[in-house]
Write a protein that binds this ligand. Structure first.
Ligand SMILES: Nc1ncnc2c1ncn2[C@@H]1O[C@H](COP(=O)(O)OP(=O)(O)OP(=O)(O)O)[C@@H](O)[C@H]1O
Length: 244
């Protein structure tokens, strides 16, 4: 459902390419973890998938369409099919959990409805259901700034899922969390992944988490794919090739 063809990314004034000749295809139901040391190109890679980063050359095909040949309005529509969570959550701190989750619907509504904050009964029910499914109902009316990091990431997950995506992307979503919380967030992501039959692609620094949850691991080094296989083939030797 998602295919990358000969993707190259070169940032201005940087000699080396951030990504070189990436050709990969991904299917619904895959839970993919992207590994690689700092600067390997993981964030650039994830950002290319939903059009946040335009490649220097190559294409990203989602459902038979190259997302980079779309007009901005069409690209926005395609982005609704891709939920994304981030290391620093990207929530609105002064708004409540409920209000933040509702913003997940913005992409599929008219700008006027968004501006006026008009939500139907069904939309409100859906937001409540999503808050319930990430176990945050008791915190629904709290402001984001009153929550822990793990709770904030659960709000971000609920918000991303409310847009009913087919692809779920994560750019280091557990990098600011302690190991126990990170594990619980990955468990939640796995539950949601299975429930909504998503294609999930997540950058992570923690090899143990990747081996525990991924159905496929892709490792980058200096912008190139050096490993692409199931977790059992990610050996100590692979670890050394990726990180040392
Ligand atoms: N906006 C930018 N302008 C210039 N160079 C950039 C930009 N963003 C990333 N780079 C460079 O591109 C390369 C890949 O960066 P990227 O952030 O994709 O790596 P990463 O694997 O996600 O790293 P980290 O794990 O530290 O977040 C690095 O050399 C980085 O310095």
């Amino acid at each position: 459902m998602l295919q990358l063809n000969n993707l190259h990314v070169k940032y201005p004034k940087v000699k080396e390419k951030a990504l070189s000749n990436i050709s990969l295809s991904f299917n619904r139901g895959e839970f993919i973890c992207i590994l690689g040391k700092s600067g390997a190109g993981k964030s650039t890679f994830i950002r290319c998938l939903n059009g946040l980063q335009r490649p220097t050359s190559g294409s990203v095909i989602l459902n038979h369409q190259n997302i980079f040949s779309l007009k901005e309005t069409e690209l926005r529509r395609v982005r609704v099919e891709m939920g994304m969570i981030f290391q620093h959550f990207n929530l609105i701190p002064r708004l409540t959990v409920y209000q933040n989750v509702l913003t997940g619907m913005f992409g599929s509504r008219t700008p006027l409805k968004n501006l006026l904050g008009l939500f139907s009964k069904e939309e409100k029910q859906l937001a409540n259901k999503m808050i319930e499914s990430v176990d945050l109902t008791p915190h629904k009316d709290k402001r984001i700034e009153e929550l822990s990091g793990g709770q904030k990431q659960r709000v971000a997950i609920a918000r991303a899922l409310l847009q009913n995506p087919k692809v779920f992307l994560g750019d280091e979503p557990v990098a600011s969390l302690d190991p126990g919380t990170a594990n619980r967030i990955f468990s939640l992501l796995q539950t949601m992944h299975n429930e909504y039959n998503l294609l999930t692609i997540i950058n992570v620094h923690d090899v143990i988490l990747a081996k525990k949850f991924a159905t496929r691991i892709i490792a980058l080094r200096e912008g190139k794919v050096i490993f692409d296989d199931t977790p059992e083939y990610f050996t100590d030797e692979t670890y050394n090739e990726v990180y040392l």
